[in-house]
Design a protein around this ligand. Structure first.
Ligand code: FES
Length: 129
């Protein structure tokens, strides 16, 4: 953390259950910023609520497991399945998906949400701005 950053208490740990999310708006000297805080695998991940496509509220979209296609030895489809080891959030404007752990679009690695440092201590969640 640099000297210009400040820690902001954004809520209680219990506000973000496993596979859950909390969206908060924080006032800053430069205006306000809206964040999405997600918990997956016990860890928190914080992203600016601004889609890399056209600025939509990506963190407020539907939370889904990644969909993958199973193939047989001859590369024929065996159908789609949900991958419970990966959690995505889907931007409600045009459907771009982001991995909540990496913040990246699964098919377009050049597109990602902006991350913010998040920590948890004493049952409170804090974000560095
Ligand atoms: S603004 Fe998010 S998908 Fe277009």
């Amino acid at each position: 953390m640099t000297t210009t950053e400040r820690l902001v208490d954004v809520g209680a740990s219990q506000d973000v259950p496993e596979r859950g999310r909390l969206v908060v708006e924080i006032s800053t000297d430069a205006g306000s910023v809206t964040l999405g805080i997600f918990r997956f695998g016990g860890r928190l991940h914080a992203w600016e609520n601004r889609c890399a496509h056209q600025g939509g509220p990506a963190c407020q979209g539907r939370i889904v497991s990644r969909v993958s296609e199973r193939l047989d030895d001859e590369q024929r489809s065996l159908g789609l399945r949900f991958d419970e080891d990966t959690m995505h959030v889907v931007c409600p404007w045009h459907g771009f998906e982001y991995d909540v752990v990496t913040g990246r679009h699964p098919g377009r690695p050049d597109l990602a949400l902006r991350s913010l440092p998040v920590s948890e201590d004493g049952g409170r969640i804090r974000v560095a701005l």
